[in-house]
Design a protein around this ligand. Structure first.
Ligand code: FAD
Length: 551
């Protein structure tokens, strides 16, 4: 669909300053993207600004699981179980390309089969509470069945396992597709546009925004302001009421990536850390990623890093759960660290703090949404729109956003990726089938636009054999996905820098040339982009060297 293009940012920034904006959303992570989509579909004049790139905060650094809510049942949060389960089904309808089914395997260890029985009871209750459909209900495997299904798993004292379908997403691309959908519904959007101050409270309060590319300042006068700044919500609060106490407790979670050959997990396997916390090993094509940690965090918000202690915690758990593997720090080929913006609950440990979201409306009319999950972002957005009603003075259209596909999710009546890929393959007989499948896998129904951008099979040939990224992907990212920097392309439009940092570094000089052609960069800009990308890539795996020196 046209419109979300290279000129959108400049055009929308200019429009925001002129328009009578009903709602300004601060933050282009999944929370802000969801609110912008919801508001635009309900007919509001909505603008969203993001200080850096879309999804550059927590929303590109999660475990990428669309949870059914099982964990909340264990914590007794029944309302959250129901909400997560309902939203998971809604996401499957509106984003079939961002909800890949992956079997989750929960092994049970002990001297007797009592643990298997307990798990069976818990899951049966969960299936009922969450109204899980027949084919998605859990199954119990015997010890022999588990060993056959997941041969590398620790066999000592293994009693059996439960298996049930989990959904895996691409978090940054989920944000992007939600933003595209918001834009198609009329939302004005700008990345690299930072809110710097608020004017005095009034019917239409002024908000100063700095264009981080040009340094120019613009002023918007929205009726309602939504603070969806994730780990930064307290900073936006401080612009509103400097004396307000902080509301967030940040915790850090890291993930490490390994080659599938080095950690051959076939399912999304639940492992237990030394402190009993559940960890996941999640297969993703040629890679398996492992996570996550949950530690209190008070450092800089922009680029949290993996420490040797974080990595050691995960490596030790993998070694225990998959005894035949011999992973070392240098087996990790990618990594990321993210911050959970949790609502502060004094006296609780990081894992005990609830994941539920909270909406507050300040005396000055600033609506803040904090906490929450990727999984429930659409429902969170609905609640923000309800909170905004008394402040808006405008009637919102009645729209069921749980039925309208996000960008890339319009697969036709069958709503089936394989059928869509087969039909697209027939339309583009000159393009190899694996290429079509890769494009549909990455872009869903927007694969059609990528093929139009490419124009030929040659433009779709990957830069190198081990990396599924071609010049056509890069051109598409710049022309139709608002990528503004080399890092935007390699970290969030494609996820290569997170999953295979060395490969991303190898192709970076080729990628920068394609972006330079699209955006007219000179040599100095190209060098600056490469240097900035190299710094980020180095920081991502710097813990490996530190760990080796300490050993
Ligand atoms: P963010 O994504 O951080 O977005 C906030 C944005 O606001 C940022 O991009 C920031 O740049 C911008 N901003 C800040 N200040 C300004 C300003 N002044 N002007 C303009 N913009 C500004 N959830 C799941 O459902 N499933 C999972 O598997 C899962 N795993 C997780 C694993 C980890 C390790 C972590 C940390 C979280 C996980 N979550 C998961 C939770 C989920 O990722 C978060 O709840 C969600 O991404 C938060 O999104 P957000 O939009 O609120 O914040």
């Amino acid at each position: 669909m046209a419109g979300f293009d290279r000129d959108t940012r400049a055009r929308d920034l200019a429009r925001m300053a002129d328009a009578a904006v009903d709602m300004l959303v601060i933050g282009g992570g999944i929370t802000g993207a969801g609110v912008a989509r919801e508001a635009a579909l309900r007919g509001l004049v909505v603008a969203l600004v993001e200080a850096r790139d879309f999804a550059s905060g927590t929303s590109s650094r999660s475990s990428k699981l669309i949870h059914g809510g099982l964990r909340y049942r264990e914590q007794g949060e029944i309302a959250l179980v129901r909400e997560a389960a309902t939203e998971r089904r809604a996401l499957r309808r509106i984003a079939p390309h961002r909800t890949r089914v992956m079997p989750m395997l929960v092994p049970v260890y002990g001297r007797t089969t009592a643990g298997v029985y307990k798990l069976r009871v818990g899951l049966t209750l969960f299936d009922k509470l969450a109204a899980v459909a027949g084919p998605e209900r859990h199954k119990i495997l015997s010890r022999a069945e588990v060993i056959a299904a997941e041969p590398g798993i620790l066999a000592d004292r293994l009693q059996g396992a439960a298996v049930y379908p989990e959904y895996v997403t691409d978090d940054a691309r989920l944000v992007l597709d939600t933003l595209k959908a918001a834009h198609h519904a009329g939302a004005m959007l700008a990345n690299y546009a930072r809110v710097t101050s608020f004017g005095a409270p009034a019917k239409r309060r002024t908000v100063e925004i700095r264009d981080e590319e040009s340094g120019a300042t613009l002023t918007i006068r929205p009726t309602v302001i939504v603070n969806a700044a994730g780990p930064w919500v307290d900073r936006i609060f401080a612009l509103d009421l400097p004396s307000r106490p902080t509301s967030l407790q940040l915790t850090k979670g890291i993930h490490l990536v390994f080659r599938a050959a080095d950690l051959p997990a076939r399912h999304c396997v639940v492992m237990r850390a030394r402190d009993g916390r559940p960890l996941f090993a999640v297969p993703r094509g040629a890679y398996v990623y492992v996570g996550t940690t949950d530690t209190l965090y008070e450092g800089p918000l922009e680029e949290p890093t993996v420490t040797p202690a974080d990595a050691a915690y995960l490596l030790e758990s993998v070694a225990r759960s998959f005894p035949a593997t011999s992973l070392t720090p240098h087996s990790a080929i990618g990594a990321w660290a993210g911050l959970r913006p949790l609502i502060r609950e004094e006296g609780k440990s990081p894992s005990e703090i609830s994941r539920k979201d909270e909406i507050t409306v300040s005396g000055n009319g600033l609506i803040t949404i904090a906490g929450g999950k990727l999984t429930t972002y659409r429902r969170m957005a609905e609640r923000v729109l309800v909170a905004a009603r008394p402040l808006l003075g405008t009637v919102q259209a009645e729209v069921d956003t749980a039925e309208l596909p996000i960008a890339g999710g319009d697969l036709g009546p069958a709503n089936d990726l394989a059928a869509f890929a087969a039909a697209l393959g027939r339309e583009h007989a000159g393009i190899p089938v694996p290429t079509i499948e890769r494009l549909v896998d990455t872009y869903g129904s927007d694969a059609r636009e990528v093929l139009e951008t490419a124009g030929s099979a040659t433009a779709l040939a990957p830069f190198t054999a081990d990396v599924p990224l071609s010049p056509a992907d890069v051109r598409y990212a710049v022309r139709h996905e608002m990528a503004r920097t080399l890092t935007d392309v390699l970290e969030r439009r494609s996820r290569i820098s997170y999953f295979a940092t060395a490969s991303a570094t190898t192709i970076a000089p080729l990628v920068v040339e394609v972006i330079a052609e699209e955006l007219g960069w000179d040599t100095r800009r190209r060098e600056a982009e490469l240097a900035s990308f190299a710094r980020d890539a180095h920081a991502r795996l710097a813990w490996r060297d530190a760990q080796e020196r300490a050993a």
